[in-house]
Design a protein around this ligand. Structure first.
Ligand code: FAD
Length: 821
């Protein structure tokens, strides 16, 4: 009868024990576990501390007794293996409760001791309110401390996966959270611009965090613990969680002469066997070849540990037959509302290793945009510039991140390329995905770069551009451009590009960008095919640029807080404490830009000065737009949060604001609508509504063909002369019958355009016209054109005034913008 001893009874150890028993009913199996418990879910510990997992018992996959009974395993908890005597195949064990030591012989030994948290010798580190989190006992200690003390503030040192999970869970308990991170970013497996998305998200959750700063000491004074940072900053803390990393708990293996590699990880072969044929090792404590990098690495993940446990049991019972292929380090974490995941190699690792690569970023949505609540999703991939082999992927989003990272992981694991990413077949229906899933799109975008259809530029290269020989071209709409753009950029909306190409210099490097990268790509293709040779698309568009180039850290956000008599923290910002007279709730979810802004404008008119409007919108651009709108109108943005992809803004209506009623002379806008092309009419209404929403007085002067845009649908019978009748017959009846200026395709173009607008949740032209009228846009029909074209006043929509050129000129006098469309 074989005798197997397993050191460590959690992820790798418990799996190995259970599998051994299933393969060998007669063996003697002993688990030596230093802690009190085996087979528990250490990945669930932060959620128990946060109160998300309420029942402590749920953390245990099986109790020690249940496990022992089911698998007939001798479970010896609180028994620590002190040493291994390989020559006579014995382990020296200490019973921790009594201190007594004994020897236990083995035929085969499995080491699964895991990794222990780092605890550097920082002055004051032994303070009783400083904790690390590794196991159930640590969890019980932290829980006990939280329950018995009034913890208002926690400082988390280290912003890795566990640090951020703890941040979220402490926040969930209502505790103010500060994170201190030595590096310039959170979550090291991510590249900087991806981590930047996490930084911006943490800000929306009121998490204070310091980057590029470490702890120099912990100081206890007057019964208060203070964390002193290298920068000199002092942070008050009721509780400190140290999560600065882990290292293999492998010292006893090294002492036994087993080979230790990188960071003291136990070296094993492809059968997970150490240099001693009777000793196998698995989990966080081993170092193994990373199949993508071709170098040994340690993987601190539960999935690989579990899989290795099973392989080792098979190899012990059946002989070395099963090979371990290595982990490509696929990891995922929930960080408040977003999910952050990575697999394979990051750009920074490739750079450090000197491996040539291309990196590309795309922004997509969790499912089809036209189905409600599609939420943003960012994918970054890195791949070989020669054959497109996929090296790594990082994904951040609100929904569906898990399945996409798994698809990418599968491609990497099978040594496949960006072409395989394109070809991945996925289940599709609108609530789940798009016909072309974002992972397919990532593959398409990569191919475009790889085959030279487009050159890309990265966010961090923009600052180095020399304006003398480069030209930054923003191809987003005028409205988007006005709200925010990159410094020195010139705006030519994509749809105007062909007409305005002469404005773009041919002797400069052209950097095209849009919000996500897609319109930029289309623009780049147009320019390249018109003879522009040096064109680059900004990968990830403005969105990535903004996230990465903005301020990353979030310091001193609790400065105004005070400790109350009851020992809890209160925020003293009077603005936050002020109770509004009234709050109007507005749901603008599903509306696309400028829909939510128009909605604010309309709803603000219904409330009194001092009252609050609380608006939620799913349009990703709204987060930035609402602040700009408030700045432009003088209203006050009190709070801006995001939750599951919804942006929620609370705005106070200010009596000093220009909000919809106060128009400053000289700042008005006038638009002459001459054309009755549907696309041009749309553009004029978007601009008019956008300007009106910011409190500007807008006058639209409809002349000649433009009159057809404002004709009512049900027209009275009007007596007309012969020419009038002829014109009536030849002209569109009303806005529903307008043609497109391009791609009209015998009337198919406008139908397609309307379908597309509906899919994208963009208001129909008729709705926009009505919104403009309702929003106070003055519409003037040109009397002279009406006479010539035989249009009667009764044929025009309600609310349209008749005027002459003088009326228009008077309005134009007061304008800072005068457009002819
Ligand atoms: P462990 O599961 O850590 O088991 C090692 C055991 O060995 C310990 O119980 C230890 O007490 C015992 N031991 C060590 N030395 C001795 C000795 N000399 N004698 C006797 N016993 C000994 N991974 C993920 O993939 N996803 C997650 O979401 C995730 N979340 C995590 C959250 C937390 C808070 C923690 C701590 C880890 C998390 N991990 C996560 C990591 C994952 O838990 C580990 O990768 C995995 O448990 C490693 O398995 P292992 O068997 O190597 O070690």
């Amino acid at each position: 009868m074989a005798k197997y001893i397993i050191v460590g009874g959690v992820a790798g150890g418990a799996t190995a024990a259970a599998r051994l028993r299933r393969l060998d009913e007669h063996a003697e199996i002993i688990i030596m576990e230093r802690g009190q418990y085996i087979s528990y879910a250490n990945c669930g510990l932060p959620y128990y501390l946060g109160g998300v997992i309420k029942d402590r018992d749920r953390l245990f996959v099986q109790t020690n007794e249940e496990f022992a009974k089911r698998f007939r395993v001798d479970v010896r908890v609180q028994n620590e293996v002190l040493s291994i005597r390989r020559d006579d195949k014995k382990v020296r064990v200490q019973r921790l409760l009594t201190g007594e030591e004994y020897d236990e012989a083995y035929d085969k030994l499995i080491l699964s001791p895991g990794a222990e948290p780092l605890r550097p010798p920082i002055p004051g580190i032994n303070d009783l309110s400083i904790f690390t989190l590794r196991n159930v006992m640590d969890t019980d200690r932290i829980k006990d401390y939280l329950d018995k003390n009034k913890v208002g503030r926690v400082v988390i040192i280290g912003a890795g996966f566990i640090g951020l999970e703890m941040a979220e869970n402490m926040h969930h308990r209502g505790i103010f959270v500060t994170i201190v991170e030595m590096s310039d970013q959170v979550m090291t497996p991510l590249d900087y611009e991806m981590a930047a998305e996490v930084h911006q998200h943490l800000k929306t959750k009121n998490i204070e965090f310091y980057l590029k700063d470490g702890v120099s000491s912990f100081v206890r004074a007057d019964d208060k613990l203070q964390v002193r940072l290298n920068s000199g900053k002092l942070l008050d803390a009721d509780l400190v969680i140290l999560s600065i990393g882990v290292k293999p708990d492998s010292h006893f293996a090294g002492d036994a002469g087993l080979e230790l590699g990188e960071k003291n990880g136990i070296v094993v072969n492809e059968y997970l066997q150490t240099k001693d044929p009777d000793i196998y090792a698995v989990g966080d404590a081993i170092t193994f070849m990373n199949p993508v990098l071709g170098k040994p690495m340690i993987t601190y993940l539960a999935g690989p540990a579990n899989k290795q446990g099973r392989i080792v049991a098979d190899n012990i019972v059946n002989g070395n037959k099963k090979k371990y292929a290595g982990s490509i380090v696929t990891a995922i974490a929930k960080v408040f509302d977003i999910t952050v995941a990575s697999t394979g190699l990051s750009e920074k690792v490739l750079k450090a290793e000197g491996i040539p690569y291309i990196s590309s970023i795309i922004h997509g949505t969790s499912h089809a945009g036209y189905y409600p609540n599609a939420l943003p999703l960012t994918i970054k991939i890195v791949f070989s510039p020669t054959d497109g082999k996929l090296y790594g992927a990082q994904i951040i989003g609100y929904e569906g991140v898990d399945k996409r990272i798994d698809l990418c992981a599968s491609v990497i694991q099978h040594n496949e390329t960006i072409y395989d990413l394109q070809a991945l077949e996925h289940a599709y229906a609108p609530p789940y995905s798009s016909a072309k899933d974002p992972v397919n799109i990532a593959g398409f975008a990569a191919e475009n770069i790889l085959v030279g259809l487009v050159k890309i530029i990265h966010w961090d290269e923009i600052a180095d551009l020399d304006p003398k020989n480069s030209y930054l071209l923003d191809v987003r709409t005028i409205d988007e451009f006005k709200i925010r753009t990159i410094e020195n950029a010139v705006n030519i909306p994509l749809d105007d590009l062909r007409n305005r190409m002469s404005e773009i210099p041919k002797d400069k490097k052209i950097i095209v960008f849009c919000s996500m990268g897609q319109r930029g790509y289309v623009a780049a293709r147009i320019l390249i095919q018109h003879g522009y040779n040096d064109v680059y698309n900004l990968t990830g568009g403005c969105k990535t640029y903004e996230h990465a180039s903005g301020k990353q850290s979030n310091e001193d956000i609790f400065e105004k807080d005070v400790i109350g008599k009851d020992d809890y923290i209160y925020q003293l910002d009077p603005e936050k404490l002020k109770i509004p007279a009234k709050v109007l709730e507005v749901d603008a979810c599903g509306l696309q830009c400028p829909g939510p802004i128009l909605r604010i404008k309309k709803e603000m008119e219904k409330i009194n000065f001092g009252d609050h409007l609380r608006i939620s919108a799913s349009d990703p651009g709204f987060k930035n737009d609402v602040g700009s709108w408030c700045n432009m109108t003088g209203n006050k943005l009190l709070e801006l949060t995001t939750e599951k992809g919804m942006t929620i803004a609370i705005i106070e209506k200010k009596d000093s604001a220009g909000s919809s009623v106060i128009h400053k002379a000289g700042n008005d806008k006038t638009i002459i609508v001459f054309s009755d092309d549907m696309d041009k009419a749309l553009a004029s209404m978007v601009i008019a509504n956008g300007a009106a929403s910011t409190g500007k007085k807008v006058t639209m002067f409809f002349t000649f063909w433009g009159l057809n845009v404002i004709k009512r649908r049900q027209k009275p019978v009007v007596k007309k002369d012969f020419m009038g009748k002829m014109f009536s017959m030849m002209m569109p009846e009303n806005s529903l019958h307008l043609a497109l200026s391009k791609m009209n395709m015998l009337g198919l173009g406008p139908i397609m355009m309307r379908m597309r607008m509906k899919m994208k949740n963009v208001d129909a032209l008729e709705t926009m016209i009505q919104e403009a009228l309702d929003g106070g846009v003055e519409m003037i029909a040109c009397q002279m054109s009406m006479d010539i074209m035989g249009v009667d006043a009764s044929e025009l929509m309600d609310g349209v005034h008749i005027g002459g050129v003088a009326t228009y000129l008077e309005a134009a006098e007061q304008s800072s913008l005068n457009l002819f469309i």
